[in-house]
Design a protein around this ligand. Structure first.
Ligand code: SF4
Ligand code: SF4
Length: 310
């Protein structure tokens, strides 16, 4: 199985839009792929891929939570005194744990003299499989409000996508933003990491941090510049970053307001109707597919040509 992961060091750099556009481009080429929305905090990939109602659902258990069995509680207050997170209140002679404040350390259970505090599975959300217009299926997760996105959930979304794709299949992952545990869980073990570098000050800095982590994880990476053409200085900084890290720039996608409108309409960049930028997206998709060995290489290795919005 091949896994291509699209990531960026920050939100808003265009990785979800590029992932959706890449899936649509692959679909147009007759290449079957499963999408995995690992951005579990803001799982929006399904909008652009026109996902239907989930065909499979399973419960996501984040670990252990703690619960007070009221019938065994004497209201002694030892648990509340032991809780460093002020998560326990005493009312009507019994302790109550606030699940939003509880850090699940278990100290309260250790001190409870009657064994009234028991661990229970912490249901934190659902793992879903949904049909999509551009590809075989979408594997995604849905968190219960207040639950943390975690590397464990991201890994389960990836594993679910891998099961659907099968041994010979292709999985395209939309990674969470940032460089935390969920992002690393999305990136590790990828066959190819596509780093969307937003050609702006924060986009370049955050992409650099992401690339540091990708190097530690020993994941082969390429760059696609997004929102290019707004500032020659930033474009040059983004290219320099790629050059310093030894990355080929496989695409330069110009900034175009039509992309934003297409996303707001629930489409991909390919639906934007902006001919020059759309061509740049197609070229980037083809270059990534060629690098991943999905299509023959038609152009020499190296950086993508400059294209600007009309
Ligand atoms: S320590 Fe145990 S018995 Fe005492 S208030 Fe807490 S849950 Fe109830
Ligand atoms: S598990 Fe830890 S954080 Fe949660 S209520 Fe008990 S002592 Fe407090």
């Amino acid at each position: 199985m091949k896994t291509i992961v699209v990531a960026s060091g920050k939100g808003g750099a265009g990785k979800t839009s590029f992932t959706a556009s890449f899936m649509a481009w692959l679909h147009g080429q007759g290449i079957r792929a499963v999408a995995a929305d690992a951005d579990v905090d803001a799982a929006n990939l399904g909008l652009a891929l026109k996902a239907g109602e989930p065909s499979e659902r399973s419960t996501y258990i984040a670990g252990d939570a703690w619960e007070v069995r009221a019938e065994a509680c004497t209201g002694c207050g030892a648990c509340a005194a032991a809780c460093r997170f002020d998560a326990i209140s005493l009312a009507s002679g019994a302790a109550r744990i606030d699940p939003f404040s509880c850090e699940r350390c278990g100290a309260c259970a250790d001190v409870c003299p009657t064994g009234a505090i028991k661990s229970v599975p912490a249901v934190a959300g659902e793992l879903l499989r949904s049909p999509i217009a551009y590809g075989e299926a979408l594997a995604h997760g849905e968190l219960i409000p207040g639950e943390d996105a975690s590397g464990k959930l991201v890994r389960q979304v990836r594993e679910s996508a891998a099961r659907i794709a099968g041994h010979e299949g292709l999985v395209v992952v939309d990674a969470p933003p940032g460089i935390g545990c969920p992002a690393m869980a999305a990136i590790s073990g990828a066959g190819l990491l596509v780093v969307l570098v937003e050609a702006g000050a924060s986009g370049i800095r955050d992409a650099a941090r992401l690339l540091d982590n990708a190097a530690i994880a020993k994941v082969p990476a390429v760059a696609v510049l997004n929102k290019a053409g707004l500032s020659a200085e930033r474009d040059s900084e983004a290219r320099n970053l790629a050059a310093e890290r030894g990355l080929d720039v496989l695409g330069r996608i110009p900034f175009d307001p039509a992309f934003r409108l297409a996303a707001e309409r629930g489409g991909t960049w390919l639906d934007s109707g902006a001919p020059g930028p759309v061509e740049a997206v197609r070229e980037a998709c083809a270059a990534v597919a060629a690098r991943a060995g999905l299509i023959p290489t038609t152009s020499p290795a190296g950086d993508a040509p400059e294209r600007t919005a009309p």
